[in-house]
Write a protein that binds this ligand. Structure first.
Ligand SMILES: Cc1cc2nc3c(=O)[nH]c(=O)nc-3n(C[C@H](O)[C@H](O)[C@H](O)COP(=O)(O)OP(=O)(O)OC[C@H]3O[C@@H](n4cnc5c(N)ncnc54)[C@H](O)[C@@H]3O)c2cc1C
Ligand code: SF4
Length: 314
């Protein structure tokens, strides 16, 4: 499969990146950001929502810093997992992403802004054309969503990133930059419940970095992942839990790979009042996986109970 042609822009400063984005937005030209390319380029090869322009963040200096309280968008997952400089919970999740080869290129920004996935969509162009497309890439055919038909409003493709739930339970903040400057948003408000819009980034904006609150080093936790092959597969379900050392009343839990967004489960934690069996039942009832990834939704949902127990008891 041949990657379709696109114009590659390679800014070397933040200002340059923002003004390139602003120029393309103003002229009505569509573009994608590219970081490590481990997700975007395979999608382009399959002609999935390709754009005529791509802006690379690879040469912009100062975006790959890693510390306990701050991680730049271009930080490589290998360095997060092995470098020993970031919070151990983030390192744990980063080490479970894909394979060691992919982690050498893959970045934090790309992981957090990962496109949602669906087995009706992550296919070659010929395959998608043979089923007359779907709502997410209807190619002007007005095609229906194959998972939840008769509603062409929502795409329920699944967000299958591993790191977002760990940042959510640690209380991280996302810093977004674009032609209108920088804005900050809590990590658990970054995602939007629609497999097409995915997150709150506006045209021309990109995720600059995430920061973690002071005192985060006093928090410990676990990330549990269900996947088909341990060697490199996307999560079919993921549960992150964190609490302040010695104080289990501070417990926070977030899930991923079960819906179009990763999300926190504050209500379920409050209802269960420290009872982990009850908490796993509450989260089991709350999540609504659909049939669009490798494993059946019923199995993934049942496994959430197991993952919650493992994450909280570890
Ligand atoms: C075989 C295979 C297995 C995989 N397994 C996993 C897995 O187990 N867990 C998992 O989480 N992921 C997995 N992935 C997906 C992917 O490799 C990782 O999520 C990786 O971290 C993406 O980072 P990247 O820098 O390569 O992103 P890219 O491919 O460069 O970009 C991904 C998306 O994010 C956007 N983007 C990139 N950086 C930014 C930014 N700073 N601001 C705004 N938008 C941005 C791009 O436009 C694109 O839409 C897998 C991929 C493959 C090919
Ligand atoms: S959830 Fe529906 S609209 Fe979204 S990619 Fe899958 S089939 Fe297409």
């Amino acid at each position: 499969m041949l990657t379709p042609p696109f114009e590659l822009h390679i800014p070397s400063t933040l200002d340059e990146a923002c003004s390139m984005a602003a120029m393309l937005v103003e002229s009505g030209e569509e573009f994608d950001w590219i970081a490590g390319g481990t997700d975007l380029l395979p999608n382009y090869k399959w002609h999935i929502n390709t754009k005529p322009h791509v802006i690379s963040l690879a040469n912009v200096s100062g975006l790959d810093n890693i510390s306990t309280n701050e991680i730049g968008c271009m930080a490589r997952l290998h360095d997060l997992a092995e470098g020993g400089n970031c919070h151990p919970l983030v390192a744990l999740a980063a080490g479970k992403v894909a394979s060691s080869l992919i982690r050498r290129n893959a970045t934090l920004g790309g992981n957090l802004c990962l496109d949602t996935r669906c087995f009706w969509f992550n296919q070659t162009e010929e395959w998608r054309s043979s089923i007359d497309w779907c709502h997410k890439c209807d190619c002007n055919t007005g095609s229906d969503c194959r998972v939840i038909p008769n509603q062409n409003e929502l795409c329920v493709a699944t967000y299958q990133g591993d790191i977002a739930p760990t940042l959510m339970v640690l209380g991280a903040t996302a810093h977004l930059i674009g032609p209108n400057g920088i804005r900050k948003v809590a990590m658990d408000e970054f995602y939007q419940l629609d497999g097409m819009t995915r997150n709150i980034l506006e045209k021309g904006e990109f995720l600059l970095k995430v920061t973690l609150p002071s005192g985060v080093e006093d928090w410990i936790g676990s990330y549990q992942k269900l996947r088909v092959r341990e060697s490199w597969d996307f999560p079919e379900a993921g549960v992150a839990a964190a609490w302040k050392k010695g104080d289990r009343s501070t417990l926070r839990v977030a899930t991923t790979a079960l819906e179009s967004i990763p999300r926190m489960h504050n209500e379920e934690v409050a209802k269960s009042d420290g009872n982990i069996a009850l908490l796993s039942d509450e989260i089991f009832r709350s999540v609504k996986p659909v049939n669009n990834t490798s494993l059946p939704p019923r199995y993934r949902r049942n496994m959430v109970k197991v993952l919650v127990k493992r994450a909280c008891e570890e």
